[in-house]
Design a protein around this ligand. Sequence first.
Ligand SMILES: [Zn+2]
Length: 290
Amino acid sequence: MEKEIHALEKYIGKKQPCIVCKEDNFIQYAKENYFQALKCSSCGMISVNPHFTEEGLDKFYSSYYKIRTTNNELSLQRKKMYLEDRDWVHNFINSGKVLDVGCSDGSFLDVFDENLWERHGIDLTSDALTVAKKKGIKTHQGKIWETDVGDGFDLVMMRGVVEHLRDTIISLKKCSEILKPGGILFITASPAGNSFAFDVYRHKWKLFTPYEHIHFFTVNLLSRILEDLNVKLLARHYQYEETPYANYEEDFSQIISDIEKIKLKGGLNNVSQSPPFPGSMLTAAWKKSL
Ligand SMILES: [Zn+2]
């Protein structure tokens, strides 16, 4: 995996202005090998900058489905999270026409009752979509902003996806266009740019995987983009204690002891990867205005 990523080094693009506010003043927030994350001095958005070009990402993701499906324990934990996410969004809507953007093999959509939902999914990889189709999901192949997926959706979801997109704004714009008035946009399992653990661990934060996680949004920054698209924040949530990854005692003890080590000479070199921690992942729902 590491070797494959190093072979992609030539596909790193040019430095971009801030994706949210378009300003061009940054501080370096984290750095790993040839990737760095920059934090916008104006709005606080953190992005890997520069990041892979479209071509580099296409090459990276062509092996992605294979990587994700080979780990069984992770699949089981992810299944529990699918149910948590579904139950949370059911607080706002529980039937209709749904699109999962970045649906992979349809595992998340599959926890939505097919008698209540007309289930659509879009993804890049045909191998994953073949599996999704067998689950009774209507599949679309391509990138959300340039693919005709229909419209009139009651629910559009992005689970662990928004941080992967290079140009999130045009993707969110497309999502807002295909939603019905009153429809819900659900974004979940995305690394939060205002996470305490990210601030402590920087490049050692477990979710800082700069070849794939490009943008570290916050609910407020997403809301700022969506507000212009007539989509307003309904509710937000930060999953931790309900996840199969959490362990209060261990996670809190580790972060306390790691902070002590980071204070010493050597700083972040004294610690390994961060533990799961409250506030690391964002979940939120927005509603398209009537
Ligand atoms: Zn900015």
